[in-house]
Design a protein around this ligand. Structure first.
Ligand code: GTP
Ligand code: MG
Length: 592
């Protein structure tokens, strides 16, 4: 197992099928003495007995069987060590697994080895994998030109591949660290120099890896920890909750004040709880950890924990522009609903626009209505809830996401910008569907400006249950928090536009007026006595696709329809209950 206290580095190995990934890993394990005692001999012996040629891949299979018994290790990872540090090498069996691991944090690589068969030359996947690495922001890429034995260690073959592949990488903006001519099978230039390539003056693979700087010590960066889960201590009435996740950037110490995005909730760090190591007061990037807070605030999986004082804040938004890599069996389509996993947050949403597409190996560009398999594309995504993220040019890891189509990961990408910044033209589509006169300011721009999703908060309950005082208190509370909120009193409607009775025509009029306020971006608060399921149906149908949050005070009524039920004895806490709910739903959030 990896020693948590010794420096370690995660690397990923990619390349076209059969170009020698498993053999490179096997060699690294064998030649660094990282294999269990006798393993190599026993696998060689078994091959001899069965009259099969020995393969390093068999060695890895044999290791996997062993490792799978210990549930903590997943089958795609192997460990080896140099004098300098421990390595975890991830054999990405396919694009999808690779994307999933990179985005969910299951296995993050900071450097990559890309294997190309000297004899077969550059293949489609050699290019696609190169693209994928660059898109995920992995900058440390070394290209291993393998099977040099099959081309008689010919310098010209090597140099031709260097020239051709460098040209490809250049077009996608990648500068590889270096190219190494190797024969993984025979062990040339893996550890130590090979006599077969006297013309090669660069490093062997292990020295090359050892020469890379690890990102582990990036404590100068802003702190980012996507929340994986909230865990309760269960023993003896202990009511502390641990906020758990993996630190992507920066460091956090006891006493620091943290803010969670997008909800905007925050508190001070009381303790740091790390697993299987001694108690710490500071945690740094790359570690799975947890912390407790001084106040019990309700936060959820998917939020990003940030140090409140950090200069660079993440972005919370309901849409973004992204660069994606599509692997789905069916093409990515505008308007279809997908799930987007951004860090640990899953939100549903749709693709609003496909700006351009590109074949990931030929780099042929086109403008099309769909994105086909193995294409990359620049697209606009609209989400149904605000989500927090960073931009790829700043903090790449917290800008990554995957696209889930029908329960399967079908693509992945990085976020380039927040929607609304340079996408105004596109947004006018939304306005065209509206019955209002075209405005030059659209719904999305208002959402982005105000960091709130216009919503009708409709408070109902029995007569004299305290609806109006609560509505007024809520308006004041939201206003004082810097929100745009408006209490639309039923009384005003009554005297203004109707004869004073609350009937269904009256409810329709309420929604008419509410629509104007909602269109202007307000959290619109209103009250009505004893609303029924039918009334709610009318409201839902008439508020122009805006959200309606139904609050019920006291007992009775159609409380199945209510989003929030406030018991009479809780009334004093009513505004807190509602604002917390609005935060949890992403209706009000902390913008950048
Ligand atoms: P997949 O996992 O199926 O994508 O393949 P891979 O990239 O892991 O390739 P693997 O390491 O299994 O090697 C494929 C074949 O190439 C095996 O038969 C290896 O023995 C052979 N091979 C790998 N490296 C070399 C080499 O340096 N020289 C020669 N001659 N054969 C090699
Ligand atoms: Mg393999």
């Amino acid at each position: 197992m990896i020693n948590q206290n010794k420096e370690h580095m995660n690397i990923v190995i990619v390349g076209h099928v059969d170009h020698g990934k498993s053999t490179v890993i096997g060699r690294l394990l064998a030649d660094t003495g990282s294999l269990p005692e006798g393993k190599l001999e026993s696998v060689r012996e078994r091959c001899r007995k069965n009259a099969k040629p020995f393969e390093y891949a068999f060695l890895l299979d044999a290791l996997k069987d062993e490792q799978e018994q210990g549930i903590t290790i997943d089958a795609a990872r192997c460990f080896f060590k140099s004098d300098k540090r421990d390595y975890i090498i991830i054999d990405a069996p396919g694009h999808i697994e690779f994307l999933r691991n990179m985005v969910t944090g299951a296995a993050r690589a900071e450097a990559a080895l890309l294997v190309i068969d000297a004899n077969e030359g550059i293949q489609e996947n050699s290019k696609r994998h190169g693209y994928l690495l660059s898109m995920l922001g992995i900058k440390k890429i070394a290209v291993l030109v393998n099977k040099m034995d099959l081309v008689d260690y010919d310098k010209t073959v090597f140099e031709n591949i260097v020239t051709e592949y460098s040209a490809f990488l250049e077009t996608i903006g990648v500068t590889p660290l270096t190219f190494v001519p190797i024969s993984a099978f025979h062990g040339d230039n893996i550890i130590g120099y090979s006599d077969h390539t006297p013309w090669y003056e660069g490093k062997d693979v292990l020295s090359l890896l050892d020469s890379l700087d690890s990102e582990g010590a990036s404590d100068q960066e802003p702190f980012r920890m996507p929340v994986q889960g909230i865990y309760k201590f269960t023993k003896g009435g202990d009511d502390r909750r641990i906020v758990a996740g993996t630190v992507e950037y920066g460091s956090l110490s006891v006493g620091d004040h943290v803010t969670f995005y997008p909800s905007g909730k925050g508190s001070k760090v009381k303790s740091i709880e790390s697993f299987a190591t001694e108690k710490k007061t500071t945690i740094g990037a790359g570690y799975a950890t947890g912390f407790t807070l001084e106040e019990q605030i309700y936060i959820k999986r998917g939020e990003i924990a940030v140090k409140t004082d950090d200069v660079i804040e993440p972005i919370s938004a309901t849409g973004f522009k992204a660069n994606i890599f599509w692997l789905g069996k069916t093409p990515l389509t505008i308007g279809k609903s997908y799930n987007f996993k951004v860090g640990t947050m899953t939100v549903s949403g749709t693709v609003e626009e496909i700006i351009r597409t590109l074949d990931a190996s030929s780099l042929d560009a086109s403008v099309k209505a769909v994105v086909d398999r193995h294409e990359v594309a620049e697209i606009l995504i609209k989400t149904n809830k605000p989500v927090a993220f960073d931009l790829s040019q700043g903090l790449a890891k917290t800008s990554r996401f995957v696209i889930v189509d029908d329960y399967e990961i079908a693509g992945g990408g990085i976020i380039l910008s927040q929607m609304g910044v340079d996408t105004v033209a596109n947004e006018h589509k939304i306005i065209k569907n509206s019955r209002w006169q075209n405005s030059l300011v659209n719904r999305q721009q208002r959402v982005d400006r105000l960091s709130q999703i216009p919503t009708l908060v409709l408070i109902s309950g029995g007569k004299d249950s305290g609806k109006k005082p609560l509505a007024k208190a809520l308006e004041k509370d939201l206003f004082e928090r810097g929100r745009l909120a408006y209490f639309l009193s039923v009384g005003n409607i009554k005297y203004g536009v109707d004869d004073g009775r609350q009937d269904q025509a009256h409810i329709l009029q309420l929604t008419e007026v509410a629509n104007v306020l909602l269109d202007a971006g307000n959290i619109t608060i209103s009250t009505a006595t004893d609303l029924t399921r039918e009334d709610y149906g009318i409201i839902d149908n008439h508020i122009d696709g805006h959200k309606c949050i139904k609050v019920w005070i006291g007992d009775g009524g159609d409380i199945n329809e209510a989003d929030i039920i406030i018991k009479s004895e809780e009334l004093a806490l009513g505004t807190n209950i509602i604002t917390d709910f609005l935060k949890d739903q992403g209706i009000i959030y902390k913008g950048a």
